[in-house]
Structures are given as structure tokens and as C-alpha cells.
Design a protein around this ligand. Sequence first.
Ligand SMILES: *[C@@H]1O[C@H](CO)[C@@H](O)[C@H](O)[C@H]1NC(C)=O
Ligand SMILES: *[C@@H]1O[C@H](CO)[C@@H](O)[C@H](O)[C@H]1NC(C)=O
Ligand SMILES: *[C@@H]1O[C@H](CO)[C@@H](O)[C@H](O)[C@H]1NC(C)=O
Ligand SMILES: *[C@@H]1O[C@H](CO)[C@@H](O)[C@H](O)[C@H]1NC(C)=O
Length: 222
Amino acid sequence: MSSTLAHKSTLTLLFSALLLSSPLPSLSSDPDPLQDFCIADLQAPVSMNGFPCKPASNVTSNDFFFDGLAREGDTYNSNGSSVVYGNVLAFPALNTLGISMNRVDIATDGLNAPHSHPRATEVGIVAQGKLLVGMISTSNVLYSKNLTAGEMFVVPRGLVHFQMNVGEESALIYTAFNSHLPGTVFVSSNLFGSRPSLPDDVLMKAFQVNKTVIDQINSKFG
Ligand SMILES: *[C@@H]1O[C@H](CO)[C@@H](O)[C@H](O)[C@H]1NC(C)=O
Ligand SMILES: *[C@@H]1O[C@H](CO)[C@@H](O)[C@H](O)[C@H]1NC(C)=O
Ligand SMILES: *[C@@H]1O[C@H](CO)[C@@H](O)[C@H](O)[C@H]1NC(C)=O
Ligand SMILES: *[C@@H]1O[C@H](CO)[C@@H](O)[C@H](O)[C@H]1NC(C)=O
């Protein structure tokens, strides 16, 4: 065996050993829980990668139920949509379980603006209405389809996506995530509504427009 070949097989062995011995980051989102449950103590002074558990003796049935998604969100706003979050912050029993849900209400002509979830893949089901559901790959390819009640969609982790009501009635979607706190980055408000705001030069160069155009967009999100 030549020394290069030997070197290669050693590397392959090392790599395989690493893959087998470590949790596979490409196959999981939130880490696996190490106990039955860990109801988040959101007020705990200590912060960590997640939330500490409240004492088991304090846990009651009520901790495991959440009615926040039962109520329609308020869509009377500039984009005609509302997201009600059923994540660990709203429903502390989700802590460490790697799962959560949202409710998205979209008025006629409303839009759940382009956004991404840095920590989760999303699946959704249309409960009511007709929506154009779309996402854009990292190769800038748009994949989209009109969906109606009962139809499902998936958005791979981190990809920018949106839903627009293209029907005659208000629309309702329920979405689910493989993270207790998927995070949401709305592209427009992320870039134009940050605090402190991005330097004009950065936005002008990024979008190839002049300051007048940037000021105009900034005024909607500032
Ligand atoms: C647990 O319950 C005790 C007694 O009701 C209360 O004083 C304490 O604040 C609770 N702790 C947490 C973390 O909920
Ligand atoms: C939608 O409109 C509401 C109210 O105007 C605003 O708080 C929210 O940030 C908007 N969403 C986006 C993605 O701009
Ligand atoms: C979706 O439905 C709208 C409204 O009926 C229609 O104008 C549009 O062409 C449809 N888009 C696709 C991709 O089918
Ligand atoms: C900025 O760009 C817009 C759109 O291209 C153009 O209409 C406007 O005249 C420009 N303003 C200045 C000050 O150059």
C-alpha cells in the first residue's frame, strides 16, 4: 500500500468513526431530550441552550395543554396576515422536545411575507382558503403551487418561503416544526427594520438602487 493510499484509508476510518460516534447534525434539528419532559421555567435566572426545567413537583396537567392556536389572529395590518406562535415561549411544555406549531391567518389578498426559519424544517396544512405557497432554493429557483383545504406543503430548513391568499375568503394554515423554537427571519423587516439600521451604503449596493428608494422602503419598516 502506498503511503498516500494508507493516509487516505486512515482519513476514511477516522471520518467514519466520527460519523458513528457523534450525533448526526445533518439528520437532526433540536437535540434529543434526556428526560420525559422539561416544562420550561421561562423566568429562570440561568440561561442555556434552551430553558431549564421547572421542578417536577410543580408540573400539572395544565402544563401539557395550550389553547393559544384556537383563536383567530388579527390580520388588520399592512400585510393582511397574522402568525400565532405555538413555540416553547408560548407553550413551555415543548421545551427540549424538538417540536412546535403555528397558526397563520391570512385575509383576502393578504401575504405571509417571505421569511425563513433558521432552526427547523416546516410542514403545513391548509385548513381553509386558497393560497399560493412558494419557496426559493439556495440556487434561486422558485417552487410554488396553489393549495386549498386539506393540502400539505413542506419547507426544508432555512429556505425562504411565503404564502399569499389568492382566494375569495380568508385563509388558515397550521404549520409544524422540528424545533421548539424555529426562529423566524422576515426578509424585508430583517434588512429594512433592524436596530440599529443597516448603513444606507450596504442596502444601496445590495439592491443596486439609490438612497431615495432605500429611504422609501426604510420608512415602511423603521
Ligand atoms: C414551584 O412551586 C412553589 C410552591 O408553589 C413556588 O414557590 C415556586 O415558585 C415554583 N417554582 C417554579 C420554578 O415554578
Ligand atoms: C405585518 O404587519 C404587521 C403590522 O403592520 C407588522 O407588525 C409585521 O411585522 C408585518 N410583517 C412583515 C413580515 O412585515
Ligand atoms: C393561483 O391562483 C390564482 C388565482 O386563482 C391564479 O391567478 C394563479 O395563476 C394561480 N397560480 C398558479 C401557480 O397556479
Ligand atoms: C432614484 O432612483 C429612482 C428609480 O430608479 C429614480 O426614479 C430617481 O430619479 C432616482 N433619484 C435620484 C435622486 O437619483
